[in-house]
Write a protein that binds this ligand. Structure first.
Ligand code: NAP
Length: 335
């Protein structure tokens, strides 16, 4: 059987890196579409950078995309490239909307014009629901986006659905709820809490500043979420799926758990009103039963277990960074 080829956009991000690792283990050939001056540190961290073919490809340029897809003739395309921060989207709405929408339209147009049966995955977001109408929410609930990032994801989501219905292209979206890992961007809540708490433990920081801790989020573990994304492209029919943990957790419980685990005093947590968002959604919670039933995705991880992984990986890496040439402090062996 010939080798399966997958193109991944946004390969330098968290999900791109974990999906690459997963597909390499399944013996895929991986082509990463990148822009210039990329930071390959996540792929280097997973020790897979040398196994990937990189191709510079501007996702706002249709003819460049067509040329590069034809060059590799992939079975699957996973589209992760996106301006993925809500707060940055509020500061830069034009770039966010332009890139997050036109890139998806271009990729699908390229697939349509090439005319081959390429399977397309789009990373949609639970941000599309805005203030959740139903808890837990399902695939066909109403979208009421509250920021430019969410608007861009709703539009992209509808383009994907449109290409499926109009042209019969195998294109589908995962409505992704937040999923975390050591490789998550440092501005995102869970990564920030774990990283800064470990820095306090190592004496590199005095306090942790946080915003509204009274909200609840459906949070999961990224290396397991990418399995569901792959499964979506192995089905006989293209469909959208909510990919979530199916449980929500209060942010206060996350911070207290991390602090208790590291033996840190709670007085070091400072709630700062400047960190509050104008339109904070009180709770996100996704119903993942369709993904479990149709894809056979067996996600059951408790988020405290995920936090244990994240704390331990963060400690190991910070220890390497700060204490390379010193002995390991006894204090940290027991954590
Ligand atoms: P991430 O770590 O922020 O990675 C984003 C990727 O997009 C990076 O490779 C980045 O490349 C690329 N990118 C950004 N702007 C670009 C541009 N203008 N041109 C080309 N590439 C660009 O995101 P992630 O956490 O892996 O998430 C993957 C996808 O899932 C994203 O579409 C995100 O919106 C969506 N999603 C994620 C979550 C989550 O919890 N992680 C939840 C819902 C939806 P550079 O390295 O060059 O910056």
């Amino acid at each position: 059987m010939s080798m399966k080829i997958a193109i991944i956009t946004g390969i330098t991000g968290q999900d791109g890196a974990y999906l690459s690792k997963f597909l390499l283990e399944k013996k895929y050939k991986i082509v990463g579409f990148v822009r210039s001056n990329d930071d390959y540190s996540k792929l280097e961290y997973l020790k897979i950078k040398n196994e990937i073919i990189f191709e510079k490809c501007d996702l706002l340029n249709l003819s460049e995309i067509i040329k590069n897809i034809q060059k590799y003739n992939p079975r699957e395309i996973y589209n992760f490239a996106s301006q993925s921060s809500v707060s940055l989207s509020i500061k830069e709405p034009f770039q966010t909307l332009q890139f997050n929408i036109i890139s998806v339209l271009n990729l699908l147009e390229a697939i349509r014009l090439i005319g081959k049966s390429i399977r397309f995955f789009q990373a949609s977001s639970c941000e599309m629901f805005g203030k959740f109408q139903n808890i837990p929410t399902v695939e066909n609930d109403f979208f009421k986006p509250l920021n430019p990032y969410a608007i861009s994801k709703v539009t992209a989501h509808q383009i994907v659905s449109n290409y499926r219905k109009l042209y019969g292209i195998f294109s589908c979206c995962a409505i992704l709820f937040n999923h975390e890992s050591y490789l998550r961007g440092e501005d995102f809540f869970v990564k920030k809490i774990v990283k800064q708490a470990v820095e306090i433990k190592f004496g590199k920081r005095d306090f942790l500043k946080v915003g509204n801790l009274d909200i609840k989020r459906d949070l999961g573990y990224a290396p397991r979420y990418i399995e569901a994304m792959w499964l979506m492209l192995q089905q006989s029919k293209a469909e959208d799926f909510v990919i979530s943990s199916g449980k929500s957790i209060c942010l206060k419980d996350i911070v207290y758990y991390v602090f208790d685990k590291l033996g840190l005093k709670r007085e070091k947590i400072i709630v700062d009103k400047d960190f509050f968002r104008k339109s904070d959604i009180p709770e996100t919670l996704g119903d993942n039963s369709k993904a479990k039933k149709v894809l056979g995705w067996d996600y059951e991880m408790d988020f405290y277990k995920v936090l244990d992984f994240l704390i331990s990986e963060e400690i190991d890496n910070q220890r390497l960074k700060y204490f390379k040439n010193k002995g390991i402090d006894e204090d940290f062996k027991s954590i």
